[in-house]
Design a protein around this ligand. Structure first.
Ligand code: ITT
Length: 204
C-alpha cells in the first residue's frame, strides 16, 4: 500500500476517514460528534470480522486494520461496551452478545437486569476504544463515562444498554436524555475528542 496521510479534501483541514463497523448507531453518533470537516464513510466487511481479542483495544485494532488493509485509506475501528463492577466487569467486551445469539439489545438488557436483581452496587461504566490506522501505524483513543444501572427500562432513544444506563450527574437514562446530552458526555464523545485533538495536531 502507498503511504497515505488522512485524505484531505479540497479545502484545507478537511479529511475523510473510514469506519470499520456494522453498527449504524455508532456511525450516526460519530458523525454527529465530529465536526463537519471530518467525513466518515462506513465500511462493512463482506465477511464478518472475528473479534477474537479479549480487550476493547485488541478488537478495535482488528477492525481498524481490516478496513485499512481492504481500502487503503485511514480507517477507524471502534470497540465499546458496558462494564459492571458488581458482575466482575461483565458484560465488558462481550456486551454486544451478552445474551448470546440471536443478538438482541432487549435480551441483553433483560439478562443484565436479572443478574443485577437485588444487588446494592449498581455502578457501571461505558468504555470506547477507538483505533485509527493510517500509514500502517495505529493510534489509540479511549473514553469512559461512569454511571449506574436503572432498575427497569426507561426511554426509547439511543441503542444497546442506553435504556438502563443513568450517567453520573443525571437522573435519567441515556435513552431518555437523548443525543444532545449523550453525544456531549458519552464514552464515545470523550474518545472522539482525543482523536480530534490528535488530528488537529497532525494536520496543523
Ligand atoms: P461493530 O463491531 O461492527 O462496530 P458492534 O455493535 O458489534 O458493532 P461492539 O462489538 O463494539 O460493536 O459492541 C458494542 C456493544 O456495546 C453494543 O452492541 C452495545 O450493546 C454496547 N454499547 C456500546 N456503546 C454503547 C452506547 O453508546 N450505548 C449503549 N450501548 C452501547
Amino acid at each position: 500500500f502507498a503511504l497515505e496521510r488522512p485524505q484531505k479534501l479540497e479545502k484545507s483541514g478537511w479529511m475523510k476517514l473510514l469506519l470499520s463497523s456494522r453498527n449504524l448507531h455508532k456511525l450516526e453518533e460519530i458523525r454527529a460528534i465530529l465536526p463537519a470537516t471530518i467525513t466518515v464513510d462506513p465500511w462493512e466487511s463482506d465477511v464478518e470480522i472475528e473479534e477474537s481479542a479479549d480487550t476493547f483495544e485488541g478488537n478495535a485494532l482488528i477492525k481498524a486494520y481490516a478496513g485499512w488493509q481492504q481500502k487503503g485509506i485511514p480507517c477507524l475501528g471502534e470497540d465499546s461496551g458496558l462494564s459492571v463492577p458488581a458482575l466482575g466487569g461483565a458484560p465488558g467486551v462481550l456486551s454486544a452478545r451478552f445474551a448470546r445469539e440471536p443478538r438482541s439489545d432487549f435480551a441483553n438488557i433483560q439478562l443484565l437486569l436479572k443478574q443485577m436483581d437485588g444487588l446494592h452496587d449498581r455502578s457501571a461504566y461505558f468504555t470506547t476504544v477507538l483505533v485509527l490506522v493510517m500509514n500502517g501505524n495505529e493510534f489509540c483513543f479511549e473514553g469512559r463515562v461512569d454511571g449506574r444501572i436503572a432498575t427497569d427500562i426507561q426511554g426509547e432513544m439511543g441503542f444497546g444498554y442506553d435504556p438502563v444506563f443513568i450517567p453520573e450527574g443525571y437522573d435519567q437514562t441515556f435513552a431518555e436524555l437523548g443525543p444532545s446530552i449523550k453525544n456531549h458526555i458519552s464514552h464515545r464523545a470523550r474518545a472522539l475528542s482525543k482523536l480530534m485533538a490528535f488530528l488537529n495536531a497532525f494536520s496543523g
